[in-house]
Design a protein around this ligand. Structure first.
Ligand code: ATR
Length: 273
């Protein structure tokens, strides 16, 4: 019998995950399907009952359920417990096991492009759920230090505590206090939602150079103002879609136990823009 998969969240109608996974099924001739399923905030329990009834084989979890979903898991992979949020679930005979592929997805482009993280100085903008997975990733790859800059200083401080706990040197500042210090960092990551609505870059990128790695996790639009400013300075750019692709590839491998067709998935993703 064919297998079925889904992505749950709200809003969900613009999700690119169905395109990416369906392309993989086609490429490998798998008898599987993948749908977007809208579950509004507050209706997660009922939505999950429905997924169990139709014997869904696995699903991705996105905003606003990534943290609440933890409560409904029967088994928790380490990737998930470290980050405290779940974005991928497998269902084996009614047993839900949760994973978080955001960290691996975030790191994927560095591996793909052979970019070094060890001992670098990182500036991370944002302190939400995505930023937490990113801190775990930088800790794993032994970055030298991370400065967490956020609109709300309290949130930056609490993420900085988490960072130290996972072994990564860290400090917290307010995002407006970055001023003209961007040039002092090797890697600059935007993990805020600024850019989604075409807003100007949350910080000035003056003085960065061709060795600076600039990574935006906002993937729509592809060329945010933040990315454009990085390109103006000839910096090394990593697009948000690359992380999206990386986490989808990891999810695929968890569910199907085989190597994901990276190029077919990338083509489908880029076709969605
Ligand atoms: P995600 O799961 O995508 O990380 P989130 O947890 O809601 O989403 O986090 C959103 C991040 O974007 C936060 O760091 C938030 O800053 P606050 O902690 O101050 O809320 C940041 N953010 C959202 N809108 C912003 C804005 N207009 N200016 C600056 N930062 C913003």
């Amino acid at each position: 019998m064919g297998k079925s998969f889904a992505v749950i969240g709200d809003p969900i109608d613009h999700s690119l995950s169905p395109n990416i996974h369906s392309a993989a099924f086609r490429e490998l001739d798998l008898d599987s399907s993948y749908i977007a399923f809208r579950i509004p905030k507050g209706e997660l329990a009922g939505g999950l009952e429905g997924l169990k009834k139709i014997k869904i084989d696995g699903f991705n979890v996105t905003i606003p359920h990534k943290i609440e979903m933890m409560k409904y898991l029967d088994r928790i992979d380490e990737s998930c417990s470290v980050i405290g949020a779940v974005n991928t679930v497998s269902n084996k005979e009614g047993i839900f096991k949760g994973y978080n592929t955001d960290m691996d997805g975030f790191l994927e482009p560095f591996k793909e492009k052979k970019l070094n993280i060890a001992n670098t100085k990182v500036l991370l903008l944002g302190a939400g759920g995505a930023a937490r997975a990113i801190v775990a990733g930088f800790a794993k790859e032994k970055a030298g230090s991370v400065t967490i800059a956020n609109r709300t200083l309290e949130n930056a401080k609490s993420l900085s505590e988490f960072s130290k706990k996972v072994g990564l040197n860290s400090n917290a500042i307010k995002i407006e206090d970055v001023n003209d210090s961007a040039k002092d960092y090797d890697i600059i990551v935007n993990a805020t939602s600024v850019g989604l609505r075409n807003e100007p870059s949350p910080i000035s990128l003056d003085g960065i150079n061709e060795k600076t790695i600039v990574y935006d996790i906002v993937y729509m639009p592809m060329n945010t103002d933040f990315i454009k400013k990085a390109k103006d300075n000839d910096s090394i750019v990593i697009f948000g879609y690359e992380m999206l692709l990386g986490q989808a590839v990891r999810s695929f491998e968890i569910w199907h136990n085989m190597e994901a067709p990276y190029n077919a998935m990338k083509k489908a993703l880029l076709g969605g823009f």
